[in-house]
Design a protein around this ligand. Structure first.
Ligand code: ADP
Ligand code: MG
Length: 353
């Protein structure tokens, strides 16, 4: 079945919405390019004040974000938050804005969960439900972190296989979906779709320096700059092979892995300090380990201990994600087959009950 026919038929039969169809609730976030609210349909206001939808009012870059979400919904629906609809709203004085609607997935991002003293046990509770009374300890922490990493890599593999690079992977953009009890990716506002040449980053958009890989641009400078409209040329798979732009996300995901293993790196200041140290070690994680381990705090020692479980498969995976050269980083698909995940403990945690 042709993808374009499918898309057309889908458009024809889908409900369309306008501004007045929505009632806005609590503000969930505000960035340089948009504001995010909880919302509900005016026709069926939810019993509580909080709606079951999320609405982003975005500036001119919202057009790209709508495109990305439409594509993700068709190609890898479970990777990202469930997108409902996107449209241009003309009425505003400032030349209009884009409205994007998703289903409300849940209240906690990975950032919220990671900053809690209960992490990672709070995630175990979310995945398994309240009734668990399992022994705590480093082995169990490792199982939970494995499960989170496998879900994150699964979602990333879905995006990358679709031809999309996210470019803003960070705990704030990973949400726990209460419905599916899994983590999903959100915020495709900086994403690039390399299959059709949409690779648009506005000049004033800064990649988050805390999570960005050392290469500033994910495509080589020879790549023509972004066309403003979808150009249906097969820019990809060759360019993809040459530049491996997906490895930009892998670096960011590696930093999330690192933060989960080392509590001290979960704060902004901890992560910024780590980034400085790693740069001084020429982005060589093993060199970093050699410099910090001899006089490691209990916190750092615990992280190394966790990553050294099972013959150090965790450490091995981490070091194959956080590397200076993009082409030396592991892909999401290959990472999912890494021995780190090859344990029955992972399955037990995901599918118990
Ligand atoms: P921003 O451009 O402001 O970073 P995001 O798309 O990341 O916009 O959304 C901002 C915040 O809104 C997220 O960090 C999250 O807390 C919340 N959020 C976004 N999408 C959803 C969703 N589908 N379900 C629940 N919360 C969401
Ligand atoms: Mg965000």
């Amino acid at each position: 079945f042709d993808m374009f026919v499918l898309a057309f038929v889908e458009r024809l039969f889908r409900t369309t919405y306008r501004k007045d169809d929505f009632v806005l609730g609590k503000k969930l976030g505000e960035g340089a390019f948009g504001v995010v609210y909880r919302a509900s349909l005016a026709k069926k206001p939810s019993s509580k004040n909080d709606g079951d939808l999320v609405l982003k009012k975005a500036t001119e870059y919202g057009a790209v974000e709508i495109w990305m979400n439409e594509r993700v919904r068709r190609a890898c629906a479970n990777c990202c938050a469930d997108f409902v609809y996107g449209f241009f709203e003309n009425s505003s004085k400032k030349g209009g804005e884009y409205w994007l609607i998703w289903r409300y997935e849940g209240e906690a991002t990975l950032a919220d969960l990671m900053i809690s003293r209960e992490f990672p046990y709070n995630v175990q509770t979310l995945i398994l439900g309240e009734v668990q009374d399992l022994p705590k300890g480093i082995e169990r922490e490792n199982r939970i972190i494995q499960t989170i990493m496998s879900q994150l890599l699964f979602a990333l593999d879905g995006l990358h296989s679709t031809g999309i690079v996210h470019r803003d992977i960070k705990p704030q953009n990973v949400i726990f979906s209460e419905g599916s009890r899994t983590f999903k990716i959100i915020d495709l506002g900086a994403a690039a779709d390399l299959r059709v040449g949409i690779n648009y980053i506005p000049k004033e958009f800064l990649l988050d320096p805390r999570y960005a890989a050392p290469e500033q641009y994910i495509m080589s400078t020879q790549t023509p700059s972004a066309p403003s409209a979808p150009v249906a040329t097969a820019l990809s798979p060759v360019l993809w092979q040459l530049n491996l732009p997906d490895r930009f996300d892998i670096y960011s995901a590696g930093l999330i892995f690192l933060q989960m293993a080392f509590p001290g790196l979960r704060t902004d200041s901890g992560l910024i300090q780590f980034n400085r140290q790693l740069k001084r070690c020429d982005y060589d994680l093993s060199a970093w380990r050699k410099t910090v381990e001899p006089r490691a705090s209990p916190d750092l020692r615990k992280g190394f201990q966790l990553l050294d479980i099972d013959g150090g498969t965790g450490w091995e995976l981490l070091t194959s994600m956080v590397r200076y050269k993009a082409r030396q980083r592991i892909s999401a698909k290959t990472a999912l087959a890494h021995p780190y995940f090859d344990r029955e403990g992972l399955l037990a945690l995901s599918f118990m009950q």
